[in-house]
Design a protein around this ligand. Structure first.
Ligand SMILES: [Zn+2]
Length: 662
């Protein structure tokens, strides 16, 4: 009775990428989690410590990538759940001192939850239990988890917020070592509540996920309708384009195979070419490559008996040495080159791009919409930029929805008018349009841009889903090139930082905005998913977990106070509360992300650089578990996420409107 698969399973050919899927991985502890980050695995931005000390993280992996991660301690969480939890070693330590750092309750649409952070002088060896008393005599109890990052003990917390029947009022943290501490429970986020929207306030302007072309149309349309309130800025660096060279694999991998790649992009003639390997049918013939029209013919060499003798290495060399051929060749990655090639019928080259012909293959323009009454640099600037990561389809909707709310309500809503009088807003809905197109039409888990920096041995078409640069690891502050953790120098890695800092037009565009409009003081980098609200530092060095410099206490306080106010605006939409343990510096609440944009904006430009991870977990009241929403939830969910985080973005613009340089 189950649904039939829409496409029949077919045997994978030499040009077919290995299928990838979004899974939840489990690793035994935080140290193993760090090894995963350092390995360059394609991790999502959702990390969840578990009650037994293990850590779960969502990742996009193929079968063979998963096998490669197993030696690092990774298993599928579904497998991990089947094995009995390991007993935690009890430490026979002297009585420890307990400090409660934060105890908060919150009410979301799913009820009351409690979140506690505490630390013990016995560090990670301590076994801490929280018991609480609440209104109407409710009580409860839950275990805490030690949080150890890069060998450093950061304290204990709950793996996820714990449901509480009613509002918890006081807690006692008890250690198996004998230590104890008590605290009152405060409300979270407890920031400034958003202003009541005026009557007639308009919102809800997104009706579907949007491709880059649709987003650009929308931005241009907003500029046409509101010429007095907007400027359309075409950013100076065009992307490399949604395009690839055309390829074919001749022979039979893993042995005796050759990859042929067109000089021209597929869309510029590469897809029209064909290549064949022919048996000359006579003894003692030389190896020759030639072109006739759009057909490349390689006539294989024969010996005195007429047997074919050309190896893959020789065929490759012959193609590359022949004058005037519109292709290059390389030996297939698994073939040492010594295998003798068999004849192959004419095979047409293909760029393997599936978008309809009306999706432009040209280098793409990246647009920013500048919104404000006074767009002369005299007002506090706010930059919001989305979809650095291609598969995060909800993120451009957040910025488009915010732009529409600002423009459509300017005439009728006093609070909006104040925002546009006092601020200068720059909105970039899609930083990485080529990757976004690839995510829509070819490989929906695409994270990076489309530019392939891999050498020929890693450039056969079956690897095409692994190419590209992680735009949010391509920036200069705290980058992998400076020894920071969380970017990769492997061109196939999910977090490949690129051949150099700022090697990619996508990252140069973001920095161009910061460089050009020096009034920008605030920035929001919109990502998904997981429900986080973060700020610098976003990276540390492996040795000793030395982070980029911490903001001053005053700056930290400003980051946190602003976050609480912005989170109130998010709550107001549908009761989604960003967890306190997911509100904070990137390195503390997620993982080290070397070379990310928020760090560069903060450290090099003094811009308060925040990151949203939209798409908070949904509470399943039946299983009593938090469940991830994924990158491309059903639109009904994506739409809700866009509404709540657009409200958060407008709240940030409100903070900018009240900001005075200190
Ligand atoms: Zn992201």
């Amino acid at each position: 009775m189950g649904a039939q698969p829409s496409t029949p399973a077919v045997a994978a050919g030499p040009t077919d990428p290995e299928p990838a899927s979004l899974v939840t991985l489990s690793v035994p502890d935080r140290a193993a989690m760090e090894r995963l980050v350092a390995s360059g695995a394609d991790l999502t931005e959702r990390v969840r410590p578990q009650a037994d000390g293990s850590v779960q993280v969502d990742a996009v992996v193929t079968e063979s990538q998963l096998e490669a991660l197993r030696p690092l301690g990774a298993t599928l969480a579904s497998e991990a759940r089947q094995s009995p939890p390991q007993a935690r070693a009890k430490a026979a330590a002297p009585q420890d001192q307990i400090v409660i750092e934060r105890a908060v309750w919150y009410e979301s649409r799913d009820g009351y939850f409690l979140s506690v952070e505490a630390s013990s002088s016995a560090a990670q060896a301590a076994d801490l239990t929280v018991s609480w008393r609440g209104k109407k005599g409710t009580t409860g109890q839950a275990e805490m988890v030690a949080y150890v990052d890069a060998g450093q003990y950061l304290g204990h917390q709950f793996s996820t917020p714990v449901p509480a029947e009613n509002q918890p009022q006081s807690i006692t943290v008890t250690s198996a070592g004998g230590g104890q501490a008590e605290a009152k429970v405060r409300q979270w986020p407890d920031g400034d509540k958003p202003d009541r929207a005026s009557r007639g306030y308009q919102k809800d302007f997104v009706t579907q996920y949007m491709t880059p072309a649709q987003l650009n149309e929308r931005v241009k349309d907003l500029h046409r309708r509101y010429p007095k309130l907007t400027d359309l800025i075409t950013l100076p660096y065009k992307t490399n384009g949604y395009r690839r060279h055309a390829q074919a694999v001749l022979g039979t991998p893993p042995a005796a195979a050759v990859v042929v790649t067109s000089d021209a992009y597929g869309s510029e003639g590469g897809n029209d070419l064909s290549v064949e390997l022919v048996d000359p049918g006579a003894p003692d013939r030389p190896l020759q490559a030639s072109l006739d029209g759009k057909l490349v013919t390689v006539s294989l060499a024969t010996d005195a008996s007429g047997a074919l003798v050309s190896t893959a290495a020789q065929v490759t060399a012959a193609i590359n040495a022949a004058a005037g051929l519109p292709v290059k060749a390389s030996v297939y990655r698994t073939d040492p080159g010594a295998g003798v090639m068999a004849p192959a019928p004419a095979t047409q080259l293909d760029d393997f791009l599936n978008a309809p012909a009306d999706v432009s293959r040209e280098p793409a323009e990246v647009l920013a919409l500048r919104i404000g009454v006074h767009r002369d640099g005299s007002r506090t600037g706010v930059l919001a930029y989305s979809q650095e990561h291609a598969r995060e389809w909800v993120t451009p909707l957040v910025s488009i929805e915010a732009a529409e709310r600002l423009l459509r309500n300017y005439a009728g809503d006093n609070a909006t008018r104040k925002l546009l009088e006092r601020t200068d807003v720059f909105i970039v809905p899609v930083v990485n349009p080529d990757g976004a197109n690839y995510s829509f039409y070819d490989f929906n888990s695409q994270r990076k841009n489309m530019t392939n920096h891999c050498p020929p041995q890693q450039s056969d078409p079956a690897l095409r889903n692994q190419w590209g640069v992680d735009v949010n690891r391509n920036y200069a502050a705290g980058s992998v090139h400076d020894g920071y953790v969380g970017g990769s120098t492997n061109c196939q890695s999910g977090s490949y930082a690129g051949p150099a800092e700022h090697s990619e037009p996508e990252s140069r565009n973001v920095m161009w905005l910061a460089d050009t409009y020096r009034n920008i003081k605030f920035a929001m980098n919109v990502h998904s998913y997981g429900g986080y609200f973060m700020w610098p530092p976003g990276a540390y060095q492996a040795e000793g977990r030395v982070t980029l410099p911490r903001p001053t206490p005053e700056e930290e306080e400003f980051f946190l106070d602003s976050a609480r106010t912005i989170e109130e605006a998010i709550v107001a939409e549908r009761g989604t509360v960003i967890w306190p343990q997911q509100t904070g510096p990137v390195t503390d609440v997620l993982y080290s992300a070397a070379g990310n944009s928020a760090d560069e904006l903060w450290y090099d430009y003094g811009i308060y650089g925040w990151d949203f991870e939209v798409g908070a977990d949904l509470w399943n009241s039946e299983t009593r578990r938090w469940e991830p929403v994924g990158f491309q939830p059903p639109f009904s969910e994506g739409h809700q996420e866009a509404m709540e985080f657009a409200a958060g973005l407008i709240s940030l613009i409100g903070i900018a409107a009240d900001y005075r340089d200190r």
